[in-house]
Design a protein around this ligand. Structure first.
Ligand SMILES: [Zn+2]
Length: 323
């Protein structure tokens, strides 16, 4: 039989009520995922000891059971970025009181069995559950048994429990089984990743990019970049060097970081740095030492571009004043 418009008109009213009952999620964090925060890790869709995200790319690690929505640095924890309920439901359990010290191998014992840190679990009915981990110490606002709506504040983003960087980890479960909200049918297809998803408005997938860039007067320490204390906005004319750095996530072999510093009198230094391996996070810096002469007063511009092949995947600029 040939399908006609009339057949579709009859079929559609039956399809709609079923679709309306589908479990849907909104983002668990109140920030702009293109500038203020980003997704560092997705659910591991690879059952072997290797790891892969739902696009068959590198943004996961073996056994990761959720999605990590990350802040740019630890200083952002002080800004009280809100963690939000992704769907309506009833609070099933909470934990609070753990310090935002982050994870180290020396501290492994203190988070043993409490890897989620300060967290919230919501029961959405029909076997659906969401869990929010690594919340800021003392920030959990809800109580067990309380009903919450989608988008309701649960607490603030922190770095409690087993967390190597500040973020909220969102786990989604159906009947106790982990579900990747970016690929809930579990049939990972590298050719058409995320052919289904659980989002009301799916966050863009970024396979890598710049987290933050900044100026310094020497090659910065990675710990200072991660802490959010490395970047300088002004320097004296006798600064020993001018350095621009780029902090990035999701590097792949042969990605290029193109860095440059331009001063009041023109280009000071520019270089392409080739990234040699796949890394969750890394940074690169270039700079120029001061010779006998002082740096001229004025505005300096730092420009960092991340390229994959010929494609620009991320770009940020920053400025510095020399008084
Ligand atoms: Zn996680």
């Amino acid at each position: 039989m040939k399908l006609t418009g009339a057949v579709f008109a009859v079929a559609l009213p039956f399809a709609s009520p079923a679709l309306a009952e589908v479990f849907l999620l909104s983002p668990p964090i109140d920030c702009d995922l293109t500038t203020d925060c980003y997704i560092q890790q997705f659910v591991d869709s690879d059952p072997t000891p290797a790891a892969s995200d739902f696009t068959c790319s590198t943004l996961s690690y073996d056994g990761h059971k959720g999605t990590d929505f990350a802040l740019r640095n630890r200083a952002q924890i002080a800004k009280d970025i809100r963690v939000l309920a992704s769907a309506p439901g009833r609070i099933k359990g909470i934990r609070d009181g753990m310090a935002d010290t982050g994870y180290s191998t020396e501290a492994a014992d203190t988070v043993d069995g409490k890897e989620c840190g300060n967290g919230v679990v919501i029961d959405h009915g029909d076997g659906w559950e969401t869990q929010y981990c690594h919340l800021k110490q003392g920030s959990v606002l809800v109580k067990s048994g309380q009903d919450v709506s989608a988008g309701q504040e649960l607490g603030f983003v922190g770095q409690s429990g087993k967390a190597a960087f500040p973020h909220v980890h969102l786990s989604v479960r159906k009947d106790g089984m982990v579900v990747d909200p970016f690929d809930p049918d579990g049939k990972t297809s590298c050719a058409s990743p995320g052919d289904s998803n659980l989002w009301t408005d799916r966050p863009d997938y970024r396979s890598g990019g710049l987290i933050e860039i900044g100026f310094t007067d020497a090659v910065p320490k990675f710990d200072d970049i991660k802490a959010g204390t490395a970047a300088m906005n002004s320097l004296m004319p006798d600064a020993p060097a001018l350095v621009v750095w780029g902090y990035l996530f999701g590097s792949q072999p042969d990605d290029i970081l193109r860095l440059s510093i331009t001063g009041p009198d023109g280009m000071i230094v520019a270089n392409d740095v080739t990234l040699t391996k796949s890394q969750a996070q890394a940074f690169r810096a270039i700079g120029k030492k001061r010779r006998s002469k002082a740096w001229p007063a004025g505005e300096y511009l730092g420009d960092v571009t991340m390229l994959r092949g010929t494609q620009i995947i991320s770009r940020q600029t920053t400025s510095l004043t020399i008084e």
